[in-house]
Design a protein around this ligand. Sequence first.
Ligand SMILES: [Zn+2]
Length: 295
Amino acid sequence: MTLSRFRFLTLFTLACVMAEPAVARRQAVQLPRSAPVPEMLAERATQPEVALQPETPTPVPRPDEAQQPASPPGQAPVPEARPPENEQKVPEKTGDKQSSPQSDPRSDTVAAEKMPAGEAACRTRLHALNAAFEDEPAKQDATAGCSMPYPLSVTSLSNGIELAPKAELNCAMAEAIARFTVDIVQPAARSIMGRELAGISHASAYVCRQRHSGTKLSEHAFGNALDIASFTFRDGSSVEVGPNPGEKQGKFLDHIRKAACGPFKTVLGPGSDPDHETHLHLDLAPRRNGSTFCQ
Ligand SMILES: [Zn+2]
């Protein structure tokens, strides 16, 4: 290599080295100013590390959701069937005690200064049935929820047919039992037992308590129920409510029990459950559509 050629190569190399930053600068300038940042990098830059921690669960579709077939086009999805009503609410079974009462709109009813017209009319009808009764002071237990704003103490259901011991009832229930006694019990005493009805003995009327099962207040807590323990006749004999009453007595009790379903909204007795082996529970429980529960 000649000296002049060596110089040329050296100078050329130097020129290239010096020109490189300028090329780099030129290339940098040529980059678009708003170069898009890759999404992954942007997320990593802004999201806290915690989002990537393994304990953050990834949603996995549930098998039932995943397998649910799509609705046919133009057809709205059919909602899941509701469980039968008897699974949603406490069965309207008994009339007695428990622990945490559900609210009942009747619990808030307090006596007005003037007796409502409906209550007065009920008393007029009771007098027409020849029942014997007296008005009593209002009963209210705000804590338990028991309430009977216009109670009566009833001692007789009709001429010569006593209710013993004296029963505290609301007027609607007193009227219902008086009418039922005259229309059903007395005729059945004559036709089935061949005897004159003298009275009905009860085990409980108004009692501030909850049902035996469930959490609702008993109808007894509103003076809206009566537990009949026995029927007595003029000859001194009686028919006790129980599981083995005997043939004629059983026919008499069955007739009364069947006929009670309708005039009363709940009818329970021997065979219904262990709490009703020795009495007929009759009440006027308010239900949707006025339906009955007779067992
Ligand atoms: Zn009862």
